[in-house]
Design a protein around this ligand. Structure first.
Ligand code: FES
Ligand code: FES
Length: 258
């Protein structure tokens, strides 16, 4: 008979939840320790890699900067202008206009007011007209910039350039690069169906064939001409979009009797 008063701890009955199976193997403590070490080793390796990667990257950057130090306060920027990509170092405050004119030698874009009021600095960025005096060069990475120098194909003028020549769309020529870039963008905007402040019917897309003189003047109102060559500019746009501009004498008569 088992002694119920014995000081030995009670053994659970075999059918109780905590009962040990008679043939259950004892966990191998050596194996457990080894696998724990493996796990910790792998985790630390991964964590170490995550910590080391940026450190190594920064170290590579530091070596590169040490080899080619940037002038103080400048940043590296790549600009793609007229299909060519150039690497520059600039102060972040440099405008696109200054980068084009002073750093890249593209002096076609003019600095009239430097305040976004005259349009002489107009260029195309990803096909849209932009006052280059009002945007920073460092903001234009990965964008396609087109200046007046990039419109012609070799010796062949862009149709808008040819029209400005044929219609006397300039006098001194200072505003002309900006006018032409704006006119090229205007054409694209009309073809995309963009309305202007004077579009008479907003339920149908404007068309180049029927674009009125008032529409052209409104759409170019962001580009001033100190020589007031506006009649020639409008006629040039009319020619470039396939319309027949009225003879200069007729336009002059209209201006006189307006
Ligand atoms: S120079 Fe840029 S708008 Fe006048
Ligand atoms: S042609 Fe002289 S400012 Fe326009």
């Amino acid at each position: 008979m088992p002694d119920k008063t014995s000081s030995q701890p009670d053994q659970p009955e075999p059918n109780q939840p905590n009962a040990k199976k008679p043939n259950a193997k004892k966990p191998n403590s050596k194996k457990l320790n080894a696998s724990r070490r493996n796990f910790l080793g792998q985790a630390l390796t991964a964590a170490g890699g995550a910590i080391a990667a940026p450190t190594l990257f920064k170290s590579a950057q530091a070596q590169e900067v040490a080899a080619n130090p940037l002038p103080e306060g400048e940043v590296a920027v790549q600009l793609t202008v007229n299909g060519q990509t150039q690497s520059l170092t600039l102060e972040p405050r440099v405008t696109l206009l200054d980068a084009l004119r002073e750093r890249m030698g593209l002096t076609g874009s003019k600095k009239g007011c430097d305040h976004g009021q005259c349009g002489a600095c107009t260029v195309l960025v990803d096909g849209q007209r932009v006052y280059s005096c009002l945007t920073l060069a460092v903001m234009q990475e990965d964008k396609a910039i087109t200046t007046i120098e990039g419109l012609a194909q070799g010796e062949t003028l862009h149709p808008m350039q040819a029209a400005f020549l044929q219609q006397d769309g300039f006098q001194c020529g200072y505003c002309t690069p900006g006018q032409i870039c704006a006119a090229v963008a205007l054409l694209d905007e009309v073809q995309r169906g963009c309305a202007s402040a004077v579009t008479p019917d907003l339920t149908t897309s404007p068309a180049t064939a029927t674009l009125s003189e008032a529409e052209i003047r409104e759409r170019l109102s962001g580009n001033l001409c100190r020589c007031s060559a506006y009649n020639g500019i409008v006629a040039a746009v009319q020619q470039a979009i396939g319309q027949t501009p009225p003879p200069a004498a007729v336009v002059l008569d209209q201006v006189i009797h307006a």
